[in-house]
Design a protein around this ligand. Structure first.
Ligand SMILES: NC(=O)c1ccc[n+]([C@@H]2O[C@H](COP(=O)([O-])OP(=O)(O)OC[C@H]3O[C@@H](n4cnc5c(N)ncnc54)[C@H](OP(=O)(O)O)[C@@H]3O)[C@@H](O)[C@H]2O)c1
Length: 323
């Protein structure tokens, strides 16, 4: 017997989650074979990306879906045991954020419910319905819509995710290559709790198992996923310099200057230096796991430790891909 796990979105996290599920298949850690299907607006890209990493019998052919169009979701989710909702955007108008991160998440939940599939929804630390930042506000509205339709869904809120191919550390590593300095807004004292993409993969692998103990812990719960260490923004820039083996001055940039930069750069086509005013604003806030966790949450490190996993430090992984 085999189950279908549908990964809706195949950007950075999707292929890493697929790899974790495939590794669990190969090791026999779960007694049911899980076949993974990913979606992309360019499904051929997925085949090229994964064919040498994942055995062919663990994968179903990738399909194209648009989460803003529910008609594309219904056939894709047919026969799925679990749907993992991974679509998110970093840039766009407030309307685009609403269409994708709120209404799109709602469409995914509706279609998963209609297919009789469990749902794992990836949100983000900082999701806040009262925020004036569209990313944070629509992440919260998406969570609410998901839980209203699928009260047993598990919501995962990562902090910044790191690993080969990430968009955050790699970007600052490129800055260190091309700029004579590394900027930090304000005093660079906002805190972050970077989490390894492989640990997010293992977490989703655990939750997508049909294990009554894990389901009891995770169904209907929010898991804020942060790594083992907390760093200020300035310390993160120091890590980038250490592991790229470069020296650059770290230069504080006043928030007001950051906003002016954002106002200019957000008008240009997306590129390495793309920065929006909302992203600058977001950097004012800590991005760390709530402590102590509210009763609606379950602790990431505990759920992982219960299954014999410890969380991976940036010091283990950054040197492997930033050098
Ligand atoms: N990476 C992080 O540090 C981080 C931190 C916190 C939270 N998260 C959240 O985790 C989730 C996954 O993150 P990620 O880094 O893997 O994101 P990502 O690399 O940006 O990938 C996003 C995916 O969304 C797809 N997509 C965009 N618009 C779509 C639409 N209308 N219909 C269907 N698919 C669409 C893209 O599809 P195509 O393949 O067609 O381009 C891509 O596969 C997101 O919800 C993100 O907000 C990520």
């Amino acid at each position: 017997m085999a189950q279908k796990i549908f990964l809706c979105g195949a950007g950075f996290l999707g292929p890493n989650i697929a790899t974790a599920i495939s590794q669990a298949n190969a090791s026999g850690r779960n007694n049911i074979l899980r076949r993974i299907q990913l979606s992309s607006r360019n499904p051929d890209r997925i085949h090229a990306l994964l064919h040498d990493k994942i055995p062919a019998d663990h994968l179903l052919p990738a399909v194209a879906v648009d989460i803003t169009n529910p008609k594309t979701l219904v056939p894709a989710f047919k026969d799925a045991s679990v749907v993992v909702s991974l679509v998110g955007i970093l840039h766009g108008s407030p309307e685009q954020f609403e269409r994708i991160q709120w209404r799109g998440a709602q469409n995914v939940a509706q279609a998963a419910k209609a297919a009789g599939a469990r749902l794992v929804h990836i949100s983000a630390i900082g999701a806040d319905r009262g925020s004036k930042i569209p990313y944070a506000r629509t992440k919260a509205l998406g969570e609410e819509a998901v839980l209203a339709l699928c009260p047993d869904a598990t919501i995962i809120r990562p902090s910044i995710v790191f690993g080969p191919g990430d968009g955050f550390f790699n970007r600052f590593a490129k800055f260190a290559q091309f700029l004579p300095f590394l900027p930090v807004f304000g005093t660079g004292s906002s805190r972050f709790q970077p989490v390894y993409v492989g640990d997010i993969g293992r977490l989703v692998e655990l939750i997508t198992r049909d294990d009554p103990g894990i389901r009891k812990a995770a169904d209907g719960k929010i898991i804020e996923a942060g790594g083992p260490d907390i760093f200020t923004f300035r310390q993160i820039m120091e890590l980038v310099l250490k592991y790229t083996n470069r020296w650059r001055p770290i230069v504080p940039v006043p928030w007001a200057v950051g906003m002016v930069q954002g106002a200019i750069l957000e008008r240009l086509p997306p590129n390495l230096f793309t920065l929006t005013r909302d992203q600058v604003e977001q950097l004012r806030y800590d991005n760390v796991v709530a402590s102590p966790p509210p009763t609606t949450h379950v602790a990431f490190d505990k759920i992982m430790a219960d299954q014999g996993y410890s969380l991976t430090s940036v010091h283990e992984i950054l040197p492997q891909y930033l050098r």
